[in-house]
Design a protein around this ligand. Structure first.
Ligand code: GAP
Length: 464
């Protein structure tokens, strides 16, 4: 294995990752040609491949392989009544504070924490008092106003009419889609407890201060499921442990380094209004240790709320006793953009690979690498490009395979290292006689000769 260059300072490590993501077509600023739109990002060709691979791996891991999970794809635009019942219309807020001179808005808790004080559990009034007492100023050095609560939900106007009657909301979390369709799923598919409803999609939050690249954005991607179970069995702790273990297995599955994760038990005012117990799994991002995933025990809060607000019974009927009860819910939640950032941080390496030579390499887990195999003919002569393209046609049926005949083989290897391609297949003049190719391993840079007829089997054992 090549020697690792000691990790550069975290700030420059983040800059290096951001720069690579732009240079190699993973992630771009949203609306960039018009100066950018804060809190939005666009995934480019390799970013989309990575994102899709992660979403597909998640769906396969948590849904397809299990017989207690069902999928859902609920509408993003949703009734105000949903968010009223869930408590988000009143409770889904962050503390906002304004620079009295520039009129720029900031998260009051971030301003306090950045000044070296603790903001956890403080009300906006207490934050205002602390800001005054400690003489905390805005990042521009100006006086700050009073802290107040700011609701994160995005209202949208429905149709041509205006007024509150036609106001709907972009969903602030996926969960409510699962709760409001619980009854539909029960009546159509009749699942038995315990079972889960899973969804992958976009969520929207009008974050006061989007920051840290794709970590905190206004439009983001989520993978989430609600696991409904019978509370009479008294086994919620056991189920909680099962999902906690599965979340760590998942992280290993996609190459998130366990030694960079930390578990935080949410306490007191930090616990969401619906939760009896929540753990956050935090990750050592280059900009600090911050939340990656969450696991919450939401009890029967949401189903009970929707039952009360809709007037429709959400009771589950016990087959044998006829007893009626509201199921309880466990919710593992996985931010996709943060998964991508954790995967990039885990995979990013700068290495010495010879006298004065270095390389940047993304050591992606092969199952989620945007390109899994690159086929590279040694020369552009048709006698090599033709068999190389025939190999691409075979491999593409099973793996994300690309073809590249530009520049020297060394430069092509470096390019594939930078986008994290685990295997390169080189077609050379010997291929024409021995019907074999050279397979280069991204991580060890070792090369082995494999017969073309055995390539698919070889990569199946390495990648799938
Ligand atoms: N249904 C529960 C729920 O939505 P959350 O902790 O508010 O819980 C879930 O959000 C996950 O979504 C977080 O663990 C994080 O990975 C991701 N997330 C939250 N806000 C985000 C934002 N503004 N930008 C990017 N990802 C975000």
């Amino acid at each position: 294995m090549p020697e690792n260059i000691p990790t550069s300072k975290n700030a420059s490590r983040m800059e290096a990752i951001v720069s690579l993501c732009k240079r190699r077509g993973f992630i771009f600023q949203g609306s960039e040609i018009y100066g950018g739109l804060a809190g939005t990002f666009d995934y480019g060709p390799y970013g989309v491949l990575l994102k899709r691979a992660i979403e597909n791996a998640w769906w396969d891991f948590f849904v397809t392989r299990r017989d207690d999970m069902y999928g859902l794809d609920a509408s993003i635009i949703s009734s105000e009544k949903i968010w009223e019942a869930s408590g988000h219309l009143t409770g889904f807020t962050d503390p906002l504070v304004e620079d009295t001179k520039t009129k720029k808005n900031y998260r009051a808790d971030h301003i306090i924490e950045d000044a070296g004080h603790v903001a956890v559990g403080l009300t906006p009034e207490q934050m205002s008092a602390l800001i005054r007492e400690k003489g905390i100023k805005s990042p521009d050095g100006n006086e700050l106003g009073e802290a107040k609560t700011f609701n994160l939900l995005y209202p949208v106007q429905m149709g041509a009419s205006s007024g509150t009657a036609s106001t709907a909301y972009l969903r602030g979390e996926l969960a409510q889609g699962m709760f409001t369709n619980y009854k539909n799923v029960m009546d159509s598919v009749h699942p038995k407890l315990p079972f889960g409803l899973a969804q992958v999609g976009k969520a929207f939050r009008n974050e006061i201060a989007p920051r840290d690249y794709t970590f905190r954005t206004r439009e983001f991607n989520l993978m989430e499921f609600e696991y409904f179970f019978d509370p009479r069995l008294g086994n919620w702790q056991e189920l909680f442990e099962m999902w906690r273990t599965e979340m760590y297995t998942w992280m290993d599955h996609v190459g998130i380094k366990k030694d960079m994760t930390h578990e935080i038990e949410k306490q007191g005012p930090d616990l969401a209004h619906y939760s009896k117990r929540t753990i956050d799994i935090e990750f050592d991002f280059p900009f600090g240790q911050k939340e990656l995933y969450g696991l919450a025990y939401r009890t029967d809060y949401d189903l009970t709320q929707h039952q009360a607000h809709s007037g429709i019974s959400h009771a589950y009927v016990d087959d044998t006793t006829g007893e009626k009860f509201i199921p309880h819910v466990l919710e593992p939640t996985f931010g996709i953009d943060r998964t991508i950032l954790a995967v990039l941080t885990s995979a990013y390496n700068e290495e010495v690979v010879g006298e004065g030579d270095t390389r940047t390499v993304l050591r992606f887990q092969p199952r989620i690498a945007p390109v899994q195999i690159a086929v590279l003919p040694l020369s552009k002569k048709e006698e090599l490009t033709k068999p190389a393209q025939e190999i691409v046609a075979i491999l593409r049926k099973l793996f994300r395979t690309s073809y590249d005949e530009t520049q020297s083989i060394g430069k092509r290897y470096r390019r594939q290292d930078e986008i994290g391609t685990p295997y390169c297949v080189t077609v050379d003049f010997d291929t024409l006689t021995d019907n074999a190719v050279t397979v280069r391993d991204r991580d060890t840079m070792e090369q082995v000769r494999i017969p073309v007829a055995e390539l698919a089997t070889y990569f199946t054992s390495k990648i799938l």
